[in-house]
Write a protein that binds this ligand. Structure first.
Ligand code: BJW
Ligand code: ZN
Length: 235
């Protein structure tokens, strides 16, 4: 059976995305050439220790990334996934991305495993603030208690938000087809999810410009760009 058919005939198709999903929107990925970690060391920016050491530096990096995403648009891949959800083929998107581009493309059921660039959280009172645009003052402070705010994202060494994780596990266990898009599959526990789906009997379809740590368990590997392959599959 051809892949578009496999997807169209599925009963519970879930999409699992990583940074490559947004690459064609102009949002840099983490690993690989041109990736964020080529210029910055993860442990200097994406850890609680880094934030404790230099919150201004960490916030400058996040403000820069907020500006990129604010000025970016969802690409045809994001729209194709939203269209498949509208057609009741795709049941949900589980994403490692923090950019909010799936929601902007119209996807309704989006599980954010690593938080969002568009929220900040108080390091003292825990209040969470939705951000409409990039932060102006760096570092931003809590309107209630004037303590430091932090990006509401998941850094290395931190647990994933429990509700999001549990929902992702339920979705994967119930899936019959999982489309894995643009992830290197090296960051855990997120990288367990396609394996979990596979063990629950799902077919794993991977879309990536190169092979990843997920490829060995993929039933179908489609080499190509998310923004080109997904619209073809959604037709
Ligand atoms: C295209 C394309 C195009 C390009 N079309 N494709 C088990 C084993 C080993 C290690 C661990 C383990 N469990 C935990 C760990 C430690 C650690 C970890 O995984 N380390 C590994 C890196 C070794 N994990 C953690 O620390 C996690 N926390 C945790 O486990 O807590 C335990 C705990 C429990 C209880 C109490 C306390 C603690 C947290 C991980 C958080 C990850 N955070 C980041 C930053 C988020 C915020 C931010 O954005 O700033 O999440 S790191 C970064 O990597 C980001 C991403 O979501 C994540 C994954 O990256 P992704 O999406 O795969 O991107 P890339 O760049 O890697 O890949 C892009 C892909 O796209 C490539 O394949 C390209 O080919 C492809 N591509 N263009 C299609 N156009
Ligand atoms: Zn506060």
């Amino acid at each position: 059976m051809d892949v578009a058919d496999l997807i169209a005939k599925s009963r519970h198709c879930v999409v699992f995305t990583g940074a490559g999903m947004s690459a064609e929107s102009g949002v840099p990925t983490f690993r690989g050439s041109g990736g964020l970690w080529e210029r910055y060391r993860p442990e200097e920016l994406a850890t609680p220790e880094a934030f404790a050491r230099d919150p201004v530096l960490v916030w400058k990096w996040y403000k820069w990334r907020q500006e990129i995403v604010y000025n970016a648009r969802p690409n045809p891949g994001h729209y194709a996934i939203a269209k498949l959800e509208e057609a009741e083929v795709v049941k949900a998107v589980v994403t490692q991305n923090v950019d909010g581009l799936h929601q902007r493309a119209g996807s309704k059921r989006v599980v954010e495993l690593h938080g969002s660039l568009w929220r900040a959280r108080c390091t003292k009172c825990g209040a969470v603030y939705r951000l409409e645009k990039p932060v102006e003052e760096v570092p931003p402070r809590c309107p209630r208690c004037s303590s430091l705010l932090r990006p509401d994202v998941v850094w290395f060494g931190e647990p994933l938000p429990q509700e999001a994780w549990e929902e992702a596990v339920r979705l994967m266990a119930a899936s019959d087809v999982v489309i894995v898009v643009g992830t290197s599959g090296v960051v855990y526990p997120a990288a367990y999810l396609p394996k979990l789906a596979k063990e629950s009997g799902a077919a794993v379809v991977e879309i990536n410009v190169e092979e990843s740590a997920i490829t060995p368990i993929a039933d179908v590997f489609i080499r190509g760009k998310a923004g080109e392959v997904l619209p073809r599959l959604a037709e």
